[in-house]
Design a protein around this ligand. Structure first.
Ligand code: SF4
Length: 166
């Protein structure tokens, strides 16, 4: 089996993720703020706006969630726990391999991302039940793009051409 490193855990980030109610408030405020300012920012400089959002995501979400920049953020639906830290990159979990101690079958020293996601989601006020939603497969074409921009532009919910049989 290929060796896979455990997800990075920066100082304080686990504590914050264990307080998802606080994080969901930050998410709501940021989203509301961006929905108001993004159209203006985009008109002034679309390129700079995208860069700024991309950079802030790399920095803030990288630190807090070990964000892998999938470009299609579903953190608020997964207990503020990044699903892309699952070694299998599952968008719906857990898999059948969770150990009896709640750890990952691929990286035994790592707590299962989905066990953490479920536990944390149950402490959320607004998004508690979103963990029950079935998530579509991640669109790899959006990797390393800004998830905020993709959300504001409605790109993150579009089905890529070729995926639809209809
Ligand atoms: S779901 Fe995607 S955008 Fe959100 S934190 Fe994880 S890798 Fe980053």
């Amino acid at each position: 089996m290929t060796h896979m490193p455990e997800a990075r855990r920066w100082p304080g980030s686990e504590w914050l993720k264990d307080h998802p109610r606080l994080l969901e408030r930050v998410y709501d405020v940021t989203k509301a703020l961006l929905q108001r300012t993004y159209p203006v920012m985009k008109r002034l400089s679309p390129r700079l706006t995208e860069r700024l959002l991309l950079w802030s995501e790399e920095l803030a979400k990288g630190y807090l969630f070990n964000c892998q920049m999938c470009g299609q953020c579903i953190l608020h639906s997964t207990g503020m726990t990044c699903p892309m830290n699952c070694p299998k990159n599952l968008r719906n979990g857990p898999c059948g391999g969770v150990r009896a101690d709640g750890h990952c079958e691929v990286i035994p020293e790592m707590p299962c991302v989905w066990v953490q996601a479920w536990r944390r989601s149950q402490h959320m006020a607004r998004y508690r039940d979103e963990i029950l939603l079935i998530q579509p497969p991640v669109n790899r074409a959006l990797e390393h793009t800004s998830a905020w921009v993709n959300m504001l532009e409605g790109i993150d919910t579009q089905t890529p051409s070729g995926w639809d049989n209809g």
